[in-house]
Write a protein of this length. Structure first.
Length: 469
């Protein structure tokens, strides 16, 4: 992979070319998307259209909006789209180190590129990417929703079989840290009524997992078919997010282009466990089995109580930001944590566990006699993301109950509430008032200098405290 940066080719044509206008446009489209009832998860894969934003932006936004809980967790986006200008045999990497948009640069996923480089259907073709819009138009949505923590694995798909595409997807499927995005429009230049019928049948085929689409049905039929094979093998559940055509948005109804967004969710039972296993170094979903004993052992050593030695794991050496929350017979007994990662997970959990037990200023130091009734919870935080707020009303409108941990800053004052606090304070107004109080501010305080950030957590709680009833 070279140090070349792939410059935007369709900025100012398919989407606004100026950063502020582009960001405002993307946010407006995302804000208009219907809220998804489930807030704890996000799709593993998406199919989204790639026309100009005035035509298909709203349809794409409805799918991308469902990735909000993934911010700070998804760190790799595998993006596939069909070639429109330069033919290529197979799936083409760009031979670049980053893709640039008016919102900034997205680094290329070098690890992912190495993982597929030996496959015979994977080639490198800078010309195939240079003027290709099917991948580029998705990036501003991804940048806005996921932040600047993800790397991109972009593949321009030409002459390939669905099996060849599926093989590539299998190689980089990953776990929670990996998102798959397939870029495709549907039928082209049919009448409005005819397109509605044809596109509905195409979507039905996708939802049924039939990997037999042709390029009259979808310009991205090849990558779509490959996804359908890979998703079917893992038992992913598909659902339609939005279906329309250009006659519904910004064009006439004599010759329309069809647009659909679909989401593919992991099966409730986890589907193919081997396929869903996390990459080396990623924190697994069952990390609590190791993190909770580590926290408890650190506290035991600090207060002179005997406890078993916790297990180790390679992922404990990655950096992470955690909070350790202690309870005593259901009541809070201490909570200390780290907002931004600056040491290993192992050291962070140990440090915060001892701090919560001995140095939370709201409580006296934990005594050995309290040990039998102690409960422990460990939360792993995503990187905080800025919340641009213009007023308190704007802040309240942006807060997502049950999802967001919130950081409030005003001058030298700072406070945070974990997402778990929504259980006690489900009303955003009360949540914010108590957060202000925690920062030492009046409940009615507001200032143009207020800064807010949001984050999400993965949390693990002891089902039964050691020695408890």
């Amino acid at each position: 992979m070279t140090s070349a940066i792939r410059a935007p080719a369709v900025a100012g044509m398919f989407y606004p070319g100026e950063a502020t206008t582009l960001r405002d446009t993307v946010r407006r489209l995302l804000d208009a998307a219907p809220a998804r009832p489930t807030h704890e998860s996000w799709p593993k894969a998406l199919i989204v259209p790639h026309a100009g934003y005035v035509y298909s932006g709203a349809t794409a936004a409805q799918a991308f909006a469902q990735l909000a809980p993934a911010r700070g967790i998804v760190r790799r986006v595998v993006l596939l789209g069909p070639v429109h200008r330069v033919p290529v045999r197979g799936l083409a990497l760009p031979g670049a180190s980053a893709f640039r948009t008016p919102l900034g640069e997205v680094p290329l996923d070098e690890e992912g590129a190495r993982a597929i480089a030996s496959l015979p259907q994977v080639v490198t073709s800078a010309p195939a990417h240079a003027h290709e819009h099917s991948l580029e138009v998705q990036l501003p949505f991804l940048q806005e929703v996921l932040g600047d923590v993800f790397a991109l694995l972009p593949l321009a798909v030409g002459d390939a079989t669905p099996q060849e595409v599926a093989q590539v997807l299998d190689a980089v499927w990953g776990g929670r840290e990996t998102l798959i995005v397939i870029s495709s429009d549907l039928s082209h230049y049919l009448t409005y009524a005819n397109a509605q019928q044809v596109d509905r049948a195409t979507v039905d085929a996708m939802l049924s997992g039939r990997a037999t689409l042709n390029h009259r049905q979808a310009c991205g039929a090849t990558p779509v078919n490959g996804l359908l094979l890979a998703a079917g093998k893992r038992g992913l559940a598909s659902r339609l997010v939005k279906l329309c055509n250009s006659g519904d948005t910004a064009g006439d109804r004599d010759r329309v282009v069809g647009y659909a967004s679909l989401a593919f969710d992991d099966a409730p039972d986890g589907g193919d466990a081997k396929a869903a296993a996390p990459r080396a170094g990623e924190v697994p979903d069952d990390a609590g089995a190791i993190l909770l004993p580590i926290a408890r052992a650190a506290i035991a050593q600090a207060i002179g109580v005997a406890a078993g030695a916790p297990e180790g794991a390679a992922w404990l050496q990655r950096q992470g930001a955690t909070f350790v929350t202690l309870t005593m017979k259901g009541a809070l007994r201490g909570c200390i944590g780290t907002l931004e990662a600056h040491r290993t997970l192992l050291d962070d959990v140990r440090h915060n566990a001892v701090a919560a037990a001995l140095h939370d200023p709201r409580f006296p130091p934990l005594k050995a006699g309290e040990w039998p009734d102690l409960g422990v919870e460990v939360s792993l935080l995503s990187p905080p993301a800025p919340m641009p707020v213009r007023s308190e009303a704007d802040a309240l409108a942006q807060m997502r109950p049950g999802i967001d941990g919130i950081v409030l800053r005003a001058g030298t004052r700072r406070a945070t509430f974990l997402p778990q606090v929504w259980e006690q304070l489900p009303d955003p107004r009360r949540f914010l008032a108590h957060l202000k109080a925690k920062a030492g501010l009046p409940p009615d305080f507001w200032s143009p200098d207020v800064r807010m950030e949001r984050y999400t957590v993965r949390k693990w709680r002891e089902e039964k405290a050691e020695g408890g009833e």
